[in-house]
Ligand binder design. Sequence first.
Ligand SMILES: Cc1ncc(COP(=O)(O)O)c(C=O)c1O
Length: 422
Amino acid sequence: MNNYNKTLFDKIVALQPVVWINSKKQGAEEALSAMDITYEDILDAEKRLQRFAPLIKKLFPETDDGIIESPLVEIPYMKEEVQKTYGRDIKGTMYLKCDSHLKVAGSIKARGGIYEVLKYAEGIAINKGLLEIGDDYSKLADKEFKDFFSAYKIAVGSTGNLGLSIGIISAAMGFNVTVHMSRDAKAWKKRLLREKGANVIEYADDYSKAVEEGRKQCMGDDHAHFVDDENSKDLFLGYSVAALRLKKQLEDVGVKVDESHQLIVYLPCGVGGAPGGISFGLKHVFSDNVKCYFVEPTHAPCMLLGLITEKKSDMHIREYGIDNLTEADGLAVGSPSKLVSDLAEKLIDGVYTLHDDELFKLLAMLKDTQDIKIEPSAASSLLGPAVVGTDKNTTHICWATGGSFVPSDLYLDMYQRGKEYY
Ligand SMILES: Cc1ncc(COP(=O)(O)O)c(C=O)c1O
């Protein structure tokens, strides 16, 4: 660690909010060309999701066309409020990418989680000669397939939202699914999963333990698939497809992205899979014209600490006396993904951290100004435009990663807590 990082490190372990700019970032082309996952892999994932659209439409009619995608909305009143509250002039326009309102699972984790289960299902059905690529995949909803999938187990370790996405899609397809939940997982998420037909195992420990136990229970069983949030390339690719969809959405609203019109994206980070996959996709699509910042709570800055200590996934924040206790349940992770920390070191523009109080404040501000409901983890992205300096041609995208499934009474409590701070 150099001297600059030592000062930063001291602040992080003292639980102070920081903004870190990644001095090791490489140009997008250089960083991406060194990876063994490619742009073609993203296109392949998008094609797979299209093949599955008839099935998704049948199982989840609320998706309309079977493509699970979220709206992009401009949030001008929120921009004004953030400027006023934080005393910062925000240049450019501010948008919200509403994964909070993604159908089926209500969070960013629906992207990767659902994709991985679909890919697994496709693989085993093709292997057994029950399915061909050109088929109408809606047949996978038939009883014959449900019976077939019920002989296979799917397991995942989660702080909540990944569990919801894996549990909901797996149970709907007939898999025998088990979600290993960390102590941070909210009771309503466990309840909802059980209602949908998933097995839920609860741990008094943190996310790393839930993942470890899930992994252990699938080992050596050729009819079991463990969704590995810390390492999975399939999850990662499922997230990355968002970039192709975002490009189209920006074109539809006439937003240019080029050398003189930069895009800055603020992505809440837990283990790193979702923000990592999306950043990977965005850098492929927009190259150096997009900047990607990850966001973490001051009590769970695992990606940031992994990067600045250069230990990456080979550390847990508890080594530095940080307790991993935060109301941003989706971000309550002590050790970052290996896949993503290796990539983030070369690809992302920076990380900022914020206190939990700020999350509630931003959650309430968004409700008051734009009438949009999100959860605390997601609200972390809304501070980005106030802490990262920009010029007038910038399009800021705050990635709202979850929230529409939060029960109304719990949401009201969070909103009221936020109102105490502003
Ligand atoms: C609402 C929300 N936002 C962000 C994240 C971060 O995703 P990841 O853990 O892949 O970094 C999560 C993870 O569960 C989440 O639930």
